[in-house]
Design a protein around this ligand. Structure first.
Ligand code: HEC
Ligand code: HEC
Ligand code: HEC
Ligand code: HEC
Ligand code: HEC
Length: 235
């Protein structure tokens, strides 16, 4: 039971201890709420406002790098959603040849409408960890050579983003342990210059045995041992 009531709790003032137990109750409540059935979020695909945003067209066909829009992802824990002026840069008036057709004009009208009103587009969030999980650090994972593909699936093939991976605790820990133990980390890590090249990454991770010899090289990007202690991911 040392996991539930660790020794450090003995030295806490009672009020803090009660708060900690309250926190634990929330975690236990969260367990029943979020985990039954276990992977309910895989496949979750909320509809998006207006004409939506098509990653297959923009990131796949047009080849726009993820970081053009999710621009803070390498310097911040949070992956920002681009503000409407980023869309407007291309969709202001159909200056791009592909956008001249009436169909495209109509489909992208909501972008110009939002820009004119100076209002953000109300995108529906797809991936969301429960509140009892600490701020998830995107920047640290990317610097370590973990591709978006490992956690979000083949976004370049998604007309509408859906939840491709469970993002459950055991799923986080499977990767952390493999990297810590040098247990075929080539199943999870890619060279850093590849992290947003999702088609190439998919091919590479489909046959990790071809890259086993690169394991030591890949591990050189790791700065700290991926954590397993509760406090690293929970409040
Ligand atoms: C031209 C801008 C643009 C580019 C390029 C782009 N995205 Fe996005 N992304 C968005 C917008 C806008 C949303 C919010 C709407 C949605 O969820 O579809 C979004 C949403 C997402 C989400 C879901 C967020 C959530 O709510 O959980 C993921 C994951 C994502 N993008 C990953 C990627 C990856 C990976 C790439 C590169 C392969 C990429 N994006 C390229 C604009 C972009
Ligand atoms: C770098 C330029 C560029 C940026 C930035 C960009 N788009 Fe586009 N978008 C295009 C082009 C080009 C097309 C037409 C592609 C085609 O059909 O081949 C397009 C097509 C679309 C369409 C029509 C899709 C369909 O189903 O046919 C929508 C809707 C759209 N964009 C919304 C957005 C939104 C929302 C953003 C901002 C998050 C955005 N775009 C950012 C260039 C851009
Ligand atoms: C190690 C796993 C992992 C990797 C790698 C990863 N993500 Fe995420 N991503 C997550 C998790 C977990 C969340 C939900 C975070 C939360 O709820 O705090 C998320 C959320 C997002 C969101 C939604 C953020 C919001 O506030 O609405 C976007 C956009 C996103 N990721 C884009 C990307 C892109 C682009 C890449 C690659 C450049 C990437 N992610 C790489 C795990 C990952
Ligand atoms: C595909 C592999 C992979 C997955 C999946 C993954 N991680 Fe990690 N994580 C890593 C690696 C590698 C590191 C070590 C990075 C370093 O220190 O260089 C790390 C480090 C961390 C850190 C420590 C950051 C720091 O400040 O040192 C936290 C916190 C973390 N991960 C949380 C999570 C959570 C929460 C999830 C699940 C939602 C998750 N990770 C899923 C590979 C992964
Ligand atoms: C690498 C990050 C990470 C570490 C380390 C971690 N957790 Fe979690 N934990 C998570 C994530 C992410 C979830 C949310 C899972 C979900 O939404 O399904 C979670 C969920 C939970 C839950 C809810 C039930 C469940 O299993 O999903 C409990 C209870 C929990 N963690 C306790 C712990 C304890 C106790 C420790 C230390 C032994 C710990 N966690 C260490 C990331 C982590």
């Amino acid at each position: 039971m040392s996991v539930i009531f660790p020794k450090w709790m003995n030295s806490l003032p009672p009020v803090v201890a009660i708060a900690a137990i309250g926190g634990l109750a929330t975690v236990v409540g969260g367990f029943w709420y979020y985990v039954t059935p276990k992977f309910w979020r895989v496949g979750y695909m909320p509809t998006q406002p207006g004409g939506g945003f098509n990653h297959q067209i923009h990131a796949g066909k047009l080849g726009i790098d993820c970081r053009y829009c999710h621009s803070k992802i390498e310097i911040s824990s949070e992956a920002n959603i681009p503000p409407v002026h980023v869309c407007y840069g291309c969709h202001a008036e159909p200056k791009l040849k592909q956008l001249e057709s009436p169909v495209h004009k109509e489909k992208t009208e909501f972008v110009r409408a939002a820009y004119a009103k100076d209002e953000p587009i109300a995108w529906n969030r797809v991936h969301k960890l429960p509140d009892y999980v600490r701020n998830f650090p995107h920047n640290i994972h990317l610097a370590a050579g973990v591709s978006c593909y490992s956690c979000h699936g083949q976004i370049m093939g998604m007309p509408v983003v859906f939840h491709a991976e469970p993002l459950s605790m055991s799923w986080c820990l499977d990767c952390h342990r493999a990297v810590r133990d040098n247990d075929h980390p080539e199943r999870f890590l890619v060279p850093k210059d590849m992290i947003t090249k999702l088609i190439a990454v998919e091919g590479r991770l489909a046959s990790p045995q071809d890259h086993a010899a690169e394991a030591d090289q890949l591990l050189k990007n790791i700065k700290l041992t991926p954590p397993e202690n509760c406090g690293a991911c929970h409040y």
